[in-house]
Design a binder for this molecule. Structure first.
Ligand SMILES: Nc1ncnc2c1ncn2[C@@H]1O[C@H](COP(=O)(O)OP(=O)(O)OP(=O)(O)O)[C@@H](O)[C@H]1O
Ligand SMILES: [Mg+2]
Length: 313
């Protein structure tokens, strides 16, 4: 198994409220309330750990409320490369309804100073070598510019790591310029980043070609229940997930990303890689949390994934 680093520059405490049906403006009664340390890189780290990898987690963490993160890091045996910054890590509220709809209310998070940004770069120079890949996932915190973000990815590449990027908007646009090894936008994120339509397979394939020319080897485009398109030079595959009952889609994209990285680092066949990743993402959807809790269920989901080549169309 590989040693993998995940970076979450803007982590969050996820407060997931589960209720039958949200009625705005009324008093709603929740069935459950779960609090957990989250943020896309932290989520990816947990799925990678479920898959047997040795994981280092890093990014910026508010020093005033570290308990949930410290507990998770200890419980999962992660190496801790987070830079502590003044203030509190933000809380993100997720309202998960019975029909699978999720309403997100995301807070902005602490301001990250130039000093903290420099501390992270220095920390990475020390600890990154020896890792096979780095997953950089999620939004940018206040104080971090898209230009700095791009230079962070260039720095990670120069340290010899495969850079996997999952972000959106300006950060994705800037990040692509660094030529990451793999990106996993959903269809809307891809359209926004490249300023083009991504409704058809042909449009996505064209977008992927532009990205390959910029040094992005793997373009993994997710589209919720419709599945995944994966473009790499010489390969274009689509996976349709099995029909599952949706408990919450939280962590679906992160699970897909972890599954893709797992298969790629193992040099599994592309079809095997995509099938497993799609099953892991479907498994995330069946639970309020995410992760590989049941190997037999994962095997059943894998056999329900339909993979086909896109070039045959
Ligand atoms: N209803 C569903 N049923 C089965 N699989 C799903 C469903 N929703 C999502 N998935 C799986 O999860 C993957 C990622 O979902 P999606 O495209 O919504 O990611 P995303 O927009 O990046 O979400 P996020 O970043 O919020 O996790 C999909 O490609 C699909 O494989
Ligand atoms: Mg996503």
């Amino acid at each position: 198994m590989a040693k993998i680093l995940t970076l979450t520059l803007n982590p969050a405490l996820d407060l997931t409220v589960r209720l039958a049906h949200l009625q705005p403006g009324a008093v709603n009664r929740s069935e459950t309330l779960l609090t957990h340390a989250a943020g896309k890189g932290v989520n990816v780290a947990q799925v990678l750990a479920d898959l047997g990898h040795e994981v280092t987690v890093g990014g910026f963490l508010g020093e005033d409320n570290p308990q949930a993160f410290d507990a998770l890091i200890a419980r999962r045996g992660f190496a801790d490369a987070f830079i502590r910054v003044p203030g509190e890590t933000r809380s993100n509220i997720k309202i998960a309804e019975q029909d699978g709809r999720v309403t997100d209310i995301n807070a902005p998070g602490p301001q990250v100073s130039e000093q903290a940004q420099l501390a992270l770069l220095n920390q990475l120079t020390l600890i990154a070598p020896g890792h096979a890949a780095v997953v950089v996932a999620g939004s940018l915190p206040r104080g971090v510019s898209a230009q700095w973000f791009q230079s962070l990815l260039v720095h990670l590449k120069s340290l010899g790591l495969k850079v996997v990027l999952d972000t959106s908007g300006e950060a994705l646009r800037a990040g692509i310029k660094a030529g990451p090894w793999l990106i996993k936008p959903n269809t809307e994120e891809l359209a926004e980043a490249l300023d083009c339509a991504t409704d058809s397979i042909a449009q996505q394939a064209q977008a992927a070609e532009r990205l390959h020319a910029q040094g992005v080897e793997h373009v993994v485009v997710s589209h919720g229940a419709e599945g995944v398109n994966w473009f790499s030079p010489g390969t274009a595959l689509h996976a349709t997930p099995p029909k599952v009952s949706v408990a919450s889609t939280v962590g679906a994209g992160d699970s897909l990303l972890a599954g893709m990285l797992h298969g790629l680092l193992r040099f599994d066949l592309p079809e095997t890689t995509l099938r497993r990743a799609t099953a892991i993402a479907a498994m995330a959807v069946t639970q309020i949390g995410f992760g590989i809790s049941d190997d037999a269920q994962l095997a059943r989901l894998e056999s329900g994934v339909h993979v086909r080549t896109l070039t045959e169309q």
